[in-house]
Ligand binder design. Structure first.
Ligand code: ADP
Ligand code: MG
Length: 684
């Protein structure tokens, strides 16, 4: 691509701030919106304040004072039978005349185009001019059409940038189209050159929408091709051990479980077992609300691995959670001929060495632990399955390390954060997804209410008097960790004053992990009654006796996070309450809080959160580095995503290395954008 002609060094530097160096960059600098600058019909100007486009002959131009600092220029424009006033504001200057150029240009009789919001002035309608130009016979990017509006940077004028894009638009033909022709025609997409031109300068909205669809498809298609490659490489790698049920362990486990699986649990177990029966390594994400019963599903998968003669690992993000899992396993596996061990960073005793030895010999079948499981001294004899709880705390690299331990074990990732479907299909597109979308019967509901702080604290008091426990959560302030600490520290002091006879604990992200675990341990044992915390309590902790949750400054939380936090209560037999406290919420926050109090469906809240705040909140560390979509919209493009995905997966099936000539440009694109992020080999 050539560098931009007619752009001096100063302007080039400014453009560099927008990352625009070449003609190609300019064409890919998509407009944020389009303004309708077709001439507005009389009588169709909309309400005062609406923008209108008007063309007329200049009859008069005058400059007058408008207060201490302001000058305004007024042009009277004759438009057919009527006249309209156009107004410009300029800051007064003692050094030069801010209206000098306009005075020279605006000679009576000259035809002028103006665009801007209108209102009623003293002499009829007047337009506050945002953009104007003299009317000539030449086609213009600025008037009588849909006009693109770009993101700008200081010193780059919108009109100038638009003119620049207009002047290079002829170069669209030189941009190579990475989309294979067959895919393009099958999905009814316009050619790339057409799409680029129409997305900047559409003749009508239908053309713009066609262009948008094509460009959004490209974004999804490139990512899905990368995801298809990742999956393909995994499948082409070392095989996984096929695990088939013998029922030796699963049958007694089910009988002893004391309840029936819900329909949703049965469905996901079938999905998982089907994957594990194959020699293609499973990579499945299991989503399910807190309390939806992921543990028994995970245990079923662990037992399937063990009864088919393999070993299995269960990995949790913290020691507390790992220990919690062990306690549950103890209960769930009582009486079954299965040996398991806990493996965390701390213990290096003789006993733990013996256990590691037994694990390496295959005498111990299940290892539960933290990321200590990833250490190189930890060896398995025949690892068939790895279950990773709260997957968003782990990165892809940890998964990769684990994968290298056995042959290539099946991997089941679990998360309590419901991920909207479009996200699961894109950023998590290399994974298969199962969802437990149903809670076990007989759960006491959590009542969520928006209340005053006083009311919330009386709720806490009542709970403590009844022997229950409470969380009080203070928000994280992203911009300033120190401020965040201050909020929770102040809140903690305040709570200690309000509850002088009660133990009030403090938990925040800046504490050392041993400290955190000590605090959580004391709360879990019921010694600490009230816990003042930042959202670090979000993940996986399970204290059935905690029945009250207070969310302070709730306006600072996203919906998904609010819901995630709510999952800390309602875990036992007692009814639970969630008090939402918010002093001065914005309109958006008011809607969010109301919706949160009304709905307990995590998937619905997640979809809503995606619509309001974009995908950032849902992305784990592994996905965080992936580029965001510029045209594609995860909240509204569900159908297009599904199309792009099936096209990409089919293409990789037909031409796994994208070696065909027609696929070369795509291969280059996919590699450039995703190879370093998704850790797959360069294609073609
Ligand atoms: P999650 O890990 O998804 O938050 P758990 O697996 O901890 O949920 O399950 C929460 C509680 O529900 C546990 O006490 C578990 O024994 C119980 N449970 C799980 N499945 C069922 C079911 N189908 N019927 C009744 N209780 C269930
Ligand atoms: Mg759990």
């Amino acid at each position: 691509m050539q560098f931009l002609a007619g752009v001096g060094p100063a302007r080039a530097k400014l453009l560099a701030k927008l990352k625009l160096a070449t003609v190609g960059d300019l064409l890919l600098h998509y407009p944020r919106a389009h303004e309708d600058r077709h001439l507005s019909q009389r009588g169709a100007w909309g309400a005062p304040g609406s923008a209108v486009a008007v063309e007329g002959e200049i009859q008069d131009f005058q400059v007058s004072g408008g207060g201490k600092d302001l000058l305004f220029g007024r042009a009277v424009l004759a438009t057919g039978s009527k006249s309209v006033e156009a107004v410009w504001f300029r800051r007064r200057s003692f050094r030069y005349d801010p209206f000098e150029t306009l005075k020279k240009k605006f000679i009576p009789g000259v035809k002028l185009f103006v665009y801007g919001p209108w209102q009623f002035g003293p002499r009829g309608p007047e337009i506050r001019v945002e953009d104007h130009e003299l009317v000539t016979d030449e086609a213009s990017p600025h008037r009588n059409r849909w006009v693109p509006v770009y993101d700008l940077t200081e010193g780059v004028d919108g009109r100038w940038l638009r003119g620049l894009v207009w002047s290079v638009r002829g170069a669209v033909g030189g941009v190579s189209d990475p989309l294979p022709e067959s895919v393009r025609t099958e999905h009814g997409l316009v050619p790339l050159a057409r799409a680029l031109e129409d997305f900047h300068f559409p003749t009508d909205l239908a053309a713009r929408d066609r262009a948008r669809r094509r460009l959004a498809f490209d974004e999804f298609f490139t990512l899905e091709t990368a995801m298809a490659r990742v999956r393909r490489e995994r499948h082409a790698g070392p095989p996984a051990p096929s695990c088939r049920p013998t029922k030796q362990l699963l049958s007694p486990f089910r009988q002893a479980m004391g309840f029936d699986f819900t329909g949703a649990q049965k469905r996901v177990i079938i999905e998982i077992f089907e994957d594990m029966g194959s020699t293609r390594p499973m990579n499945r994400l299991l989503m399910g609300e807190v309390g939806s019963g992921k543990t028994v599903v995970a245990v079923s998968a662990l037992l399937l691995a063990v009864e088919s003669g393999r070993q299995a690992a269960l990995m949790a993000p913290t020691e507390i959670l790992a220990e919690q899992h062990v306690r549950r396993l103890e209960r769930l596996l009582e009486g079954l001929p299965v040996r398991w061990m806990l493996l965390t960073g701390g213990r290096k005793s003789a006993e733990s060495r013996r256990q590691r030895e037994a694990l390496a010999q295959g005498e111990i079948q299940i290892a539960v632990g933290t990321h200590a499981l990833l250490e190189s001294q930890v060896t398995f004899k025949d690892l068939g399955l790895v279950v990773i709880d709260e997957q968003h705390r782990f990165g892809v690299d940890q998964r990769a390390v684990l994968g290298s331990k056995g042959v290539s074990p099946h991997i089941l990732l679990m998360t309590a954060t419901p991920i909207p479907r479009t996200l699961a299909l894109t950023y998590y597109g290399d994974l298969s997804v199962s969802a437990i979308d149903q809670l076990p019967p007989g759960r006491p509901p959590i009542v969520s209410r928006w209340t005053s702080e006083t009311e919330a604290l009386s709720g806490v008091r009542r709970a403590v008097q009844e022997g229950r426990q409470a969380y009080v959560v203070f928000p994280l302030v992203e911009e300033s960790e120190r401020l965040d600490l201050k909020a929770v520290l102040k809140g903690w002091e305040h709570l200690k004053e309000a509850f002088p006879d009660t133990t009030v604990g403090l938990l925040h992200g800046r504490m050392k992990s041993a400290e955190k675990e000590a605090v959580m341990g004391s709360f879990a044992r019921g010694e600490t009654k009230i816990l003042a915390a930042t959202p670090v309590i979000e993940v996986g902790i399970d204290v059935a006796n905690a029945t009250v949750l207070v969310l302070m400054n709730a306006e600072r939380f996203g919906l998904a996070q609010l819901h995630q936090l709510r999952g800390r209560v309602g875990r036992g037999v007692h009814a639970s309450s969630c008090y939402v406290v918010s002093g001065s919420p914005s309109l958006d926050a008011v809607e969010r809080i109301k919706m949160f109090c009304r709905t307990s469906d995590g998937f619905q809240l997640a979809e809503e959160d995606l619509r309001r705040r974009g995908p950032g909140e849902f992305l784990g560390s592994a996905q965080h580095g992936l580029p965001e979509f510029r045209v594609g919209n995860l909240a509204t493009d569900g159908a297009l995503i599904a199309e792009a995905r099936s096209a990409a997966f089919r293409l990789i099936q037909e031409d796994p290395d994208l070696a065909q000539p027609d696929h070369r440009a795509l291969a280059a694109d996919v590699t450039r954008r995703y190879a370093h992020r998704l850790h797959f080999a360069r294609v073609a």
